[in-house]
Design a protein around this ligand. Structure first.
Ligand code: TXA
Ligand code: MG
Length: 333
């Protein structure tokens, strides 16, 4: 399989026909793979929850072909939302807005708001344009697990539960979109991502509101989310060596670090993570999956720099470790 496989027009047409028939189609986005269903078909939406084993009160993200569709799905679109959409769509930003009255409550988990995004991945856009409607798509993983960043990951996660997987190779960004909502006219980040707090503040010429405490309705802020099966711990460089000396004697430990393995450091597996935040994000879930499959009893990740461009990665590492402190991690402050 090449890194950028071709998706043919026939495959797009087949995917559209399956979606119209109420079936599920996984497709690449620039962030992670989505598990797509026709947003106007409630039984297809229910099938998404079943395939993911996701509780019904966790809302999905609606994927749109263009910014103009925003007003069809949202009841109120603040000026700030239009501004962000103009600047960051198509791209890794999700806007949570009051929903239009016709929106199926299955989509929103019964909430009064709806999450909307126009992805930039060319295959996703071809699919959305050919489908000529909205595609509801959560990440194409089972509930609580790591998001897939390749078509092979989708097959591992969902097997036969998905009718078709459009293979777009590896996702360019590799972690889920930034989710933004509004308190009045003030933007709030619900989940950090590739679009940073600083970029949003620069676009709106105003400061972000402090993040809302994680609500159980937002599955992305549950502790168990984005987690490998193997227990995971985040450690500072200074604590690594003594920790590994102690723990590696007891059980096989896998390490993810931005440095090469120091001499005499014991670990069953040592993976070197990329230096730049963009590359780190792109490879993070695949690296965690590989470490999860290595048969170790503990994954240790060396902490990443405390800098704004690392906030989304810090957030995912904390979630994977099961210890998300929602407010700080999510605002990037
Ligand atoms: O990058 C992404 O956003 C990927 C790709 C496929 O687009 N999708 C994704 O979807 O990560 P999912 O379902 O795995 O995560 C969506 C997050 C969840 O945490 C969900 O609870 C939250 O969005 N969400 C959806 N609707 C919401 C709403 N009305 N209010 C608050 N949070 C919402
Ligand atoms: Mg997800």
């Amino acid at each position: 399989m090449s890194d950028r496989p071709e998706v043919t027009e026939e495959q797009i047409e087949q995917a559209v026909a399956l979606l119209r028939a109420g079936k599920l189609v996984a497709f690449p986005t620039e962030t992670v793979y989505g598990l797509g269903a026709d947003a106007s078909n409630t039984s297809a939406i229910r099938a998404v929850f079943k395939a993911k084993q996701r509780p019904a009160d966790h809302p999905l993200i609606l994927h749109l072909a263009d910014t103009a569709a925003l007003k069809h799905w949202a009841n109120i679109v603040p000026r700030e939302a239009w501004l962000l959409a103009e600047v960051f769509w198509p791209g890794p930003l999700t806007l949570v807005l009051p929903r239009a009255t016709h929106v199926a409550s299955e989509l929103t988990g019964g909430q009064s708001t709806i999450a909307l995004r126009v992805p930039s991945n060319p295959i996703a856009l071809r699919l959305l344009n050919a489908f000529n409607g909205a595609i509801a798509a959560p990440s194409a993983n089972r509930f609580g697990r790591l998001s897939p960043t390749t078509a092979a990951h989708v097959h591992e996660e969902l097997g036969d539960a998905v009718e078709m997987v459009l293979d777009g190779g590896q996702c360019a960004i590799g972690i889920e979109s930034t989710i933004v909502t509004f308190r009045g006219n003030q933007a709030v980040i619900l989940r950090p991502g590739a679009v940073t707090a600083e970029q949003i503040e620069d676009t709106l010429h105003s400061e972000l509101a402090a993040s809302i405490q994680s609500s159980p309705r937002v599955s992305g802020s549950l502790e168990s989310h984005y987690a490998p099966r193997t227990p995971l711990k985040v450690l500072n460089e200074a604590d690594m060596e003594s920790f590994l000396r102690r723990e590696s004697a007891k059980r096989p430990v896998a390490v993810l670090s931005q440095r090469g393995r120091p001499r005499a450091t014991r670990a069953a597996l040592w993976q070197v993570a990329p230096q730049s935040p963009a590359e780190y994000a792109r490879h993070l879930y695949a690296l965690l999956r590989r470490m999860d499959d290595a048969g170790c009893q503990l994954i240790v990740v060396e902490s990443v720099p405390e800098l704004p461009q690392w906030v989304a990665i810090q957030d995912r590492l904390m979630r994977a470790a099961g210890g998300i402190q929602s407010a700080d991690a999510a605002t990037g402050t």
